[in-house]
Design a protein around this ligand. Sequence first.
Ligand SMILES: O=C(O)C(=O)[C@@H](O)CO
Ligand SMILES: [Mg+2]
Length: 254
Amino acid sequence: MPVFSANLGFLWTDKSLPEAILAAHAAGFVAVECHWPYETPPEDVAAALKETGLPMLGLNTVRGDVAGGENGLSALPGRENEARAAIDQALEYATAVGATSVHVMAGNASGAVAHSTFVGSLVYACAQAAKNDITILIEPLNRNDAPDYFLRTTDQAVAIMDEVKASNLKLMFDCYHVGRNEGDVVTRFKALQPVIGHVQFASVPTRGAPDQGELNYAFVFRKIDAAGWVKPLGAEYKPGGSTEATLGWMSSLV
Ligand SMILES: O=C(O)C(=O)[C@@H](O)CO
Ligand SMILES: [Mg+2]
């Protein structure tokens, strides 16, 4: 039976991160993950994780100048030092809270130089992360939400993983992005399962709770489960109001 991780970048954003961890535990999630936790002291997050017994699955590297439209640094030519600093920061935070993975955000770029810049950043990230048994994740984002993002497809992600050749580099398979960009979510999941490090989901195309939209998550969850995937699936959707009011899917879809 599938189990779920609450993505606290989107769920319970009305609460502080430690309070959101308590709320996720009370709601029945078995793990949590976040986006950019850096304004919360890691010891406060660690204390809430200890109190609830929930693991923190992952967090993201910073995006750079968000107001200026940046969405990550690791594929940006000329920004290698900032990208490495962002990776160091994420790994330090992950280590302090016991998080098991870090999503290295590529940023808005294209072309061969961006590709080699991203590969270089990932080689660095994987070597640093291996010291603390942390997995590095890369995630293709869909072209509607992130039209200029460097990493767009699962094929592109696999080609990059083949080039980096690090056993701790894995794919973040977000059913929402795959559903919007590429389709065939279940077929792709099965084909990519050996290189997937974490799975996320939200309704397609609205990024709401998974019991709405064009993707049948009762079917998707059943197939992922039947494929032998036992890690928590990350609920990364925008509740558009009270998170609790959207949680019916936790029982209706499994
Ligand atoms: O947007 C997503 O999907 C994510 O998983 C974020 O962490 C990165 O934009
Ligand atoms: Mg995602």
